[in-house]
Design a protein around this ligand. Structure first.
Ligand code: F6R
Length: 613
């Protein structure tokens, strides 16, 4: 998490840095700050809280203090130290000659800090980052070259970082480096940029260079020089950036989240148009590098992901097992890393990540690569670090997702998993009837999604009615169990209401003790394999006087009285229903949070890219 930017050129650095940071706010919003190089002086401005506070601070500063053509900026998601002014970046050494911004975690910061204190360094903050500022300054004292100093200092660090560093003795260049955290160099004309992510610079340039781990870059307004870890010159290629600035507009919606929910029919339509043209022809997934022989050799699949992507993976398990018969395990990346895992060249590993930056998933995928497993990455960011670690890639192509709560990327991940399952079954030449049925259902999905989104009044009414409840239980079974988990997660993260998802059959094994009239139970029911079973679980909840909300494609007359409220969705097969049901739960969470006046797009304590383990 955290976002960093850098600018060197002829324009006003502060304007470009602030604009860049405004497009990185999804990475954190605990504090922000900029450091500006002005006539061999470095001026630092910081503010706790959202970027708006920094903008206000800068408005009160005299022009000569912010008049600068070179600077670095930071937006923070707090890991070490409270989200206060003193912990806000940029941090500097004691003399103020060197300043830097950092994204990542320095794991051995305590040891280094002790040594630096013995050498006379005085620390002001509780951050791990300040250690890097003192350490690089100490190294600079020995070699008087910022690039050398950064190189020598980072060799002593453990952890993850992207740094942008300035020294007042080198007023025409920024030095930057990265390891296990993102950083791109934006290539301009008479100006150059650094940023954690594309949205920060896309307005100014469409050309960028991606840095490898431990490479160091020296950026002046006319020149970009990249060094390999051994000091030799590197020759990274310039790539063309994929985003249009339009994607960053709310297009009239009150929040990005609502806009992104409403984009879902088009997201699905685009994916299908691209890859699934009809029910008869075999689908083609160009970037899946697995042929029939290789797929026959696979005896298990492991899906690794976090949060919402993990929930998509859970749906994927049902679909892949149903269509291919290959056993699938799904596990949070953070759990996968620190235990003995059984994976080999007969294991296919699927990593799912919207951002392609999630540290836990990156670490897990790096581990399985060493075991010889074929790695498929499903991501919305085809230029991301995770994508670069893949043997096969499924770009979900949902377009940039700004709201911290994932919505359209979830549905796009589901679609990618359906397509992968179909691809595998078709390549293995098995289950053709099931494949045809699922293809047919997928092709009806965009219109059904549009139907649901065109009529949201009932959902808004339910949201208002239930917004004062403090706890919720979401239940479902089978392939919609992950829908219950995801619906509960959406509600928790944007409204801060305690919501838990359970397999409906588990209710009676403990959670039922919590049920009374203060605990609404939301049940997802889809006419199919487990419909009657979930309905029985609803009866059990009703008998305990819980308020019951149904999300269903069918409720027969004799059961309607069980429900205090229900939303009916278009008829859809069990297998594809998670992609439709989730939209109701996203909207419910959205309208509850909106009704409660919460910060929907930037909920407290969260960040869109979780780049720390
Ligand atoms: C919830 C949400 C998170 C992410 C999780 C993994 O709305 O967005 O739970 O799903 O942090 O992120 P990615 O998919 O980028 O690896």
């Amino acid at each position: 998490m955290c976002g960093i930017v850098g600018y060197v050129g002829d324009k006003s650095a502060v304007d470009i840095l602030i604009d860049g940071l405004s497009h990185l706010e999804y990475r954190g919003y605990d504090s922000s700050g900029v450091a500006l190089m002005t006539k061999n002086e470095i001026n630092i401005f910081k503010a706790p809280g959202k970027l708006l506070n920094l903008i206000q601070t800068l408005r009160n500063e005299p022009k000569e203090k912010i008049d600068s053509n070179m600077g670095i900026g930071h937006i923070r998601w707090a890991t070490h130290g409270l989200p206060t002014m003193v912990n806000a970046h940029p941090h500097c050494c004691n003399c103020g000659g060197l300043t830097l911004v950092h994204n990542g975690i320095i794991e051995n910061y305590k040891e280094i800090k002790e040594t630096l204190i013995q050498k006379g360094c005085e620390f002001k903050s509780q951050t791990d980052t300040e250690v890097a500022a003192h350490l690089i300054a100490t190294e600079y004292g020995k070699c008087h070259d910022l690039k050398e100093a950064v190189s020598n200092a980072t060799k002593q660090l453990r952890g993850a970082w992207a740094f942008c560093v300035m020294h007042k003795n080198e007023p025409f260049n920024i030095v930057a480096t990265r390891k296990n955290a993102p950083l791109i160099v934006g290539v301009g004309d008479g100006e150059n940029f650094l940023a954690s992510d594309i949205p920060a610079i896309i307005k100014y340039t469409k050309k960028a260079i991606y840095l490898n781990d431990d490479q160091i870059v020296k950026v002046t307004k006319d020149k970009i020089t990249i060094y390999n870890p051994d000091g030799t010159l590197a020759n990274n290629k310039i790539e063309y950036l994929p985003f249009e600035p339009m994607a960053l507009s709310k297009m009239g919606y009150k929040h990005f989240m609502l806009k992104e929910i409403h984009e879902q029919p088009d997201v699905v339509r685009n994916i299908l148009q691209d890859k699934l043209k009809n029910e008869i022809d075999k689908i083609v997934l160009d970037d899946i590098k697995l042929n029939c022989e290789q797929l026959k050799n696979i005896n298990r699949i492991q899906i690794i992901a976090c949060g919402t992507s993990l929930h998509a993976g859970l749906v994927g398990k049902y679909v892949i097992e149903e269509l291919t018969g290959i056993p699938v395990d799904v596990e949070p990346s953070s759990e996968y890393i620190y235990r003995t895992t059984i994976a080999d060249e007969k294991t296919l590993v699927i990593g799912i990540s919207q951002s392609g930056e999630t540290a836990d998933t990156i670490t897990a995928i790096k581990q399985v690569r060493e075991k010889g497993s074929h790695v498929v990455i499903i991501t919305n960011r085809k230029e991301s670090l995770l994508a670069r670690l893949s043997d096969s890639l499924l770009h979900v192509n949902a377009g940039i997702e700004v709201s911290v709560a994932a919505t359209k990327s979830y549905i796009a991940q589901l679609l990618s998993l359906y397509l992968f399952a179909i691809y595998t079954a078709e390549t293995l030449n098995i289950n053709s009837d099931k494949v045809r049925e699922i293809k047919h259902e997928l092709m009806t999905l965009p219109a059904k999604l549009e139907g649901v989104l065109a009529n949201t009044s009932k959902i808004k009414e339910i949201a208002k009615k239930y917004s004062s409840y403090k706890n919720f239980i979401f239940i479902a079974r089978g392939i919609n169990y992950p829908t219950a988990l995801e619906g509960a997660l959406k509600l928790k993260e944007i409204s801060y209401i305690n919501a838990t998802g359970y397999p409906a059959g588990e209710l009676k094994h403990g959670p039922i003790a919590m049920l009374d009239e203060t605990m609404p139970v939301l049940a997802v029911l889809n006419r199919g394999r487990v419909y009657d079973k979930v309905m029985s679980n609803c009866e059990e909840a009703y008998a305990r006087q819980a308020k019951l909300i149904g999300v269903a494609n069918y409720i027969d007359e004799k059961h309607q009285n069980l429900f205090d409220d229900y939303v009916l969705i278009p008829d859809i097969s069990d297998m594809v229903s998670p992609a439709l049901n989730i939209v109701i739960l996203q909207l419910l969470a959205y309208h509850i949070a909106e009704y409660l006046g919460k910060d929907v797009d930037q909920p407290r304590n969260l960040a869109k890219s979780v780049t720390v383990e």
